[in-house]
Design a binder for this molecule. Structure first.
Ligand code: CUA
Length: 200
């Protein structure tokens, strides 16, 4: 026996037009309320979250940004760690950090409580700036100079972890940020110092 061939012109066979079950209605209501909560959180978090970018961004050619970073590193270099310059810019200055496969360049040495304008960009693909163990995350993309006004509120020896998959060496892309205490002492020279303000 031939079964009737269903075309788009015929109504769909089934029971979809029957009233929804009570459980389904409850689920739709719960999902809708939750959507509204999340919808309201977006603008609310802009004001209450305290974790917004400074809104300073410009287009930049990767080569130009790299040249600027190299110049910055040369100007304020105070030491070296495994070939990477340790750079300590004066408080209030512009700080440059370049992400590239698979490193963060250079090593930054900042002072707790001082304000800096941190510029970040990538030379190749998208990278994720994640300051460990603090909860600071930022996207670093090529072609754009993103700047953040930062004031380190904890002294310590921090790591920058790349949290955006960027290639075969992604897991090795670790950088370093040293934050000296108010007296300008490093954590290692200061046995009483510990990481404050972040999650352990
Ligand atoms: Cu850079 Cu992952």
């Amino acid at each position: 026996m031939l079964t009737k061939v269903h075309t788009g012109l015929d109504p769909v066979p089934g029971v979809w037009w029957k009233p929804a079950h009570r459980a389904e209605k409850i689920w739709v209501a719960v999902a809708f309320v939750w959507c509204m909560v999340l919808f309201a959180m977006m603008p609310l978090w802009h004001w209450r979250g305290g974790q917004n970018p400074a809104g300073i961004r410009t287009r930049v050619k990767p080569g130009d940004f790299y040249a600027r970073t190299m110049e910055f590193a040369k100007q304020y270099k105070v030491g070296e760690d495994r070939g990477f310059p340790i750079v300590q810019p004066p408080p209030g200055s512009d700080v440059y950090l370049t992400g590239l496969t698979f490193q963060w360049y250079p090593i930054l040495q900042l002072v707790k409580g001082e304000r800096y304008r941190l510029h970040m960009s990538s030379l190749d693909v998208g990278h994720g700036f994640s300051l460990f163990p603090m909860n600071v995350n930022f996207q670093v993309v090529p072609g754009y100079d993103y700047a953040l006004d930062v004031t380190p509120n904890a002294a310590g020896d921090f790591r920058i972890i790349c949290n955006e998959f960027c290639g075969i060496g992604h897991h090795t892309m670790v950088g370093r940020v040293i934050v000296l205490d108010e007296k300008g002492q490093a954590l290692s020279d200061n046995p009483g110092a510990r990481i404050l303000g972040g999650r352990p």
